[in-house]
Design a protein around this ligand. Sequence first.
Ligand code: C5P
Length: 222
Amino acid sequence: RKKISVAIDGPAAAGKSTVAKIVAEHFNYIYVDTGAMYRALTYKAFSEGINPTEEQQLFSLLTQTEIVLKPSEHGQLVFLDGENVTAQIRNNEVTGSVSEVSKHRSIREEMVRRQQQLAKGGGVVMDGRDIGTHVLPEAEVKVFLIASVEERAQRRYQENAQKGFSADIEKLKEEIALRDKLDSEREVSPLKKANDAIELDTTSMTIEQVAKKITSLIEERI
Ligand code: C5P
C-alpha cells in the first residue's frame, strides 16, 4: 500500500496530537509533533537566558540545537540535545512564550526544513499549525481540527486533572484564546486552514470518532 503524508492542523488544544498519535499507530506511520519542536527551542532559550523577542540569538541557538522526537509506549518523547524534556516543554512558562518564539521567520524556515526532512519518505502523520499550508503542501490528506474554546479548555482541564494537577478553567480559556490569536495573526505562515483541508469540528465528537474519521480519509487515498 502507498505510504502517504497526513497533515493535521488546528488551534491550541483541539486534540490534534491525541488523534495524530492514534492514526499514526494504526497505519504504522511516523508521528511528528511539530509544536514539541518549537516548545523545545523555547525551553532551551529560557534556560540560556535568551529573550523570545531576539530572533538572531534564537536562530543561532537553534543551529546548535538537536531536537529528537522518539515514540515510546507512553507516547512521544522529546529529547533536547540528548536530554529528555518531554514534561518540561509543557510547563506554563514555555506555553506562555512559545508563540513569541515561533513567529520569527528564520526560526520557522529552519524548523520547516527539519520537518520536511523527517517526512521525506512518506508514511507520516504531522500535526501543527502550518503543515497543510507550508510544511507539507502536497500532503494527500489534510485535516483542520477545530472545537470551541470552552470545549478545548474543558479537555485541557481534564487532562491536567488526570496528571494530578489542578488548573483554573478561566485561565486555561484565556491562555488558549491568546495563543490562537498570536498564532493566527503572525506574519509568517499563520495558523490557517489550507484550501484543500477538510475541516472537522470536534466539539461534540469523541477522540475515537475523530480518529475513525481521519482513518477513513486515509483509507480512501492508499
Ligand atoms: O501544538 P502545540 O500547542 O504544542 O504548539 C505550541 C506552539 O508552537 C503553538 O502555539 C505555535 O505558536 C507553535 N507552532 C507553530 N507551528 C507549528 C506547530 C506549533 O508555530 N507547526
